[in-house]
Design a protein around this ligand. Structure first.
Ligand code: HH2
Length: 275
C-alpha cells in the first residue's frame, strides 16, 4: 500500500540569516554577502517558509549599528535572493529607514524587536509601507536589557504590552491582518524565572487573536537548563521549545536549524492528526 504523508497544519518555520559580524549564535560566519546568500539558499533548501535577515545583532550588550551599515549589508542580499526565490523575506531591524530600504528591495515583513518604539516615525512608516510587522516584547534595550529584568507577572505583563502595541499600530494605520506578536524570549528576561513561565503561558499570548512568532532557538534558557551546552549545542532544547510553541498554537517559529525543526513539527502534526 502506498500511503503518502499527510499534509497537516504546523507552524511556519522562519530561518535565521545573520548578516552581522557579532551575532551570538553564528559568530559572524555569514557576514560576507556571498556567504549570507549561501546560508539563505541552504535554509530554503532545508524547507524554510520564511527567511529572517538581520544586520544588527540584538545580543545582550551588542553595540548599535548605523542605519547605512545595516542597509549596505541587507539590500544586496535581499535583491539577490528576490532574483532567484519568492520565499517571503523578513528583515530584523528597529530602524524605519532600514525597513524602507529592505521593503523597496523586496522584503515583505518588518520584524521589529522594539515593537515600533525605536523611532518616533516607526509607527507611521509601518502603516505607509503596508508590510507585515512583527511586534516583539522587550524590557529595556538590547545593550542593558539583561541587567536586572523585573516582572510581577511576566505573562500578564508581556500580553498587556503586546495588546497595547497592536492597538498603537492599528491606531497609526497598520491593518490588523498585518500584525504579528512575539513574546521576545530572552529580551529583558531572566533565563529561567521569566522565559519558562512565558513558554508555559504562550496560549495566553495566542489568545490575543494575532499570529504569534516564537524565537527560542539556541537561547540562554537552554544553556541554563543544560549547563555548559555551547550555543551551537542547543538543538534538542530548541526543538523542545518549538514543539511547545506549536502545541500552544503559535503561527511561526524563528530558528537556526530549519531542517530539524521542520521534521520535528511535521512529526508532531502527523501524530496529532492520527488521533
Ligand atoms: N531573537 C533574536 C533576534 N531577533 N526577532 C523576533 N521577532 N523574535 C526573537 O525571539 C528574536 C528576534 C535573537 O536571536 P539571533 O538572531 O540568533 O541572534 P542575534 O541577536 O545575533 O540576531
Amino acid at each position: 500500500m502506498n500511503v503518502s504523508p499527510p499534509t497537516l497544519a504546523r507552524p511556519k518555520v522562519m530561518g535565521i540569516v545573520n548578516a552581522t559580524p557579532d551575532s551570538f549564535s553564528d559568530g559572524g560566519r555569514f557576514l560576507a554577502p556571498e556567504a549570507a546568500l549561501a546560508q539563505a539558499r541552504r535554509l530554503i533548501a532545508d524547507g524554510a517558509d520564511i527567511l529572517d535577515i538581520g544586520a544588527e545583532s540584538t545580543r545582550p550588550g551588542a553595540d548599535p549599528v548605523p542605519a547605512e551599515v545595516e542597509i549596505e549589508r541587507l539590500v544586496p542580499l535581499i535583491k539577490a535572493l528576490r532574483a532567484e526565490s519568492d520565499v517571503p523575506i523578513s528583515v530584523d531591524t528597529m530602524k524605519p529607514q532600514v525597513a524602507r530600504a529592505a521593503m523597496a528591495a523586496g522584503a515583505g515583513i518588518w520584524n521589529d524587536v522594539a515593537a515600533l518604539r525605536y523611532a518616533p516615525e516607526s509607527l507611521a512608516a509601518a502603516a505607509e509601507l503596508g508590510c507585515e510587522v512583527v511586534l516583539m516584547h522587550m524590557q529595556g534595550e538590547p545593550r542593558t536589557m539583561q541587567a536586572e529584568p523585573r516582572y510581577d507577572d511576566v505573562v500578564a505583563e508581556v500580553a498587556a504590552f503586546l495588546a497595547q502595541r497592536a492597538e498603537a499600530a492599528m491606531a497609526a494605520g497598520v491593518a490588523r491582518e498585518k500584525i504579528w506578536l512575539d513574546p521576545g524570549i530572552g529580551f529583558g528576561k531572566h533565563p529561567l524565572r521569566h522565559n519558562l513561565p512565558l513558554l508555559a503561558g504562550l496560549d495566553r499570548i495566542v489568545a490575543l487573536g494575532f499570529p504569534v512568532l516564537l524565537g527560542a532557538s539556541r537561547k540562554a534558557f537552554i544553556g541554563a537548563l543544560d549547563p555548559g551546552a555551547a550555543v551551537d549545542k542547543r538543538l534538542g532544547g530548541s526543538i523542545a521549545a518549538a514543539l511547545a510553541g506549536a502545541s500552544a498554537g503559535v503561527a511561526a517559529v524563528r530558528v537556526h536549524d530549519v531542517r530539524e525543526t521542520v521534521q520535528a513539527l511535521t512529526v508532531q502534526a502527523a501524530i496529532a492528526g492520527g488521533r
